[in-house]
Ligand binder design. Sequence first.
Ligand code: NAP
Length: 458
Amino acid sequence: MAIAIINPTTGETEEEFAAHDAAEVERRLAAADAAVAAMRTTTFAQRAAWMNAAADLVDAELEQIAVTMVREMGKPIAAARAEAAKCAKGMRFYADHAEEFLADEPLADPSSVNASRAYARYQPLGVVLAVMPWNYPLWQVVRFAAPALMAGNAGVLKHASNVPASAMFLDGLFTRAGFPEGAFITLLIGSREVQAVIEDPRVKAVTLTGSEPAGRSVASLAAAQVKKAVLELGGSDPFIVMPSADIDAAVATAVTARTQNNGQSCIAGKRFIVHADVYDDFTAKFTAAMGALRVGDPLDESTQVGPVATESGRDDLIELVDDAREKGAAILTGGVVPEGAGWFYPPTVIADVTPGMRIHLEEAFGPVATLYRVADAHEAIAIANGTTFGLSSAAWTNDADEQELFASELEAGGVFINGMTISYPELPFGGIKNSGYGRELGAPGIREFCNMKTVWRA
Ligand code: NAP
């Protein structure tokens, strides 16, 4: 896969980037390794000052990096600005909280282990490799980089091949803010070159955000080297609506949940599971709202949904929807590829989905929603859990017992009641089942890249 900016709004290749050759990869890995030693002598306060300076740079250059993201992957400009602002916020969050999250954890009663003092101490692992996706070109990286660097690690980024300008912005960002040379570097390499980096003894751990096949491959390579791996993979999140819910609010949030980032979010609501008593009302309003979204040039401030990021991504959507249509699903809105340049796909709602359809089990990575009608909360949970994914979930109900039922019975890394899944720097984020393992964000996110060392003193 070429390392290039191919603008999804036009389909034109705008800029090609030369991949780093073996000598350049070696030079960069050596710099990262050297940075680990330099980072060991820094304090939390020093790293926090640099991290805050990096956040200030993102704020100062927000418009430029937002436009870059739009050119590379087509998200609406307002969403690109919001993503950059969220990165600055996430950086400041870890600048403020890293020391507290990584403070020694003493055992309350050390005499129970015959010690005068016993505690867990968190220490950095060293060089950590991050293999990252294109859908949030800045945020996916920052939510790894901010905790990893605040813990004292060095970060090496292999970004998706279609977002090289974002990758190179991140390459310089942290050293410009004051971090030691090499503390965070980008490798412009293809996915085939990832194996050698994982096998490099200077690399101590790897985190991957991306598709299930990529996750399986990277996790296997890490396992063969007995190296820690964190996997944030795909999802097909359920969005359940029960009769007691505020239906108009549920519809408005459902539209946002499904079409945010042009429908290309791992935590997007993808399967809408609606109680029979409110199914017709929800479906009519949801279909109308999806059909009314403004699709177009993502640099136009009024656009709500831009193109799919890649031609192959749109082909995947076309196949999934066509398969459902051929097997008897009802396409309530959308489902027809528009004429013209770019990889646009309209917001689409599909009803009468049956288990034999691919879209019933596979992730639709674009603005395509499926609808299910259920008789009660238990059937809703059965359908919600009837997938290999387990990233997050949302449930709309004002019944306290149902809220508790969904919170405990949904098989997912998150449950959002009367809302949609959002990643917050303050809250742990991650999945179960084939959506991956490990956690990002919150206190667990910074501890993933640390050695939890037990210290026992007689
Ligand atoms: P992808 O094709 O898996 O690519 C992700 C990254 O992995 C890219 O840097 C890619 O490099 C690299 N890669 C692909 N195959 C690889 C392999 N065999 N070995 C090593 N590296 C490999 O995923 P994507 O299409 O960019 O992103 C969409 C997927 O990511 C969706 O399934 C989405 O749900 C998931 N996602 C999950 C989360 C989460 O937090 N759970 C967040 C965002 C996205 P190249 O670009 O060079 O191929």
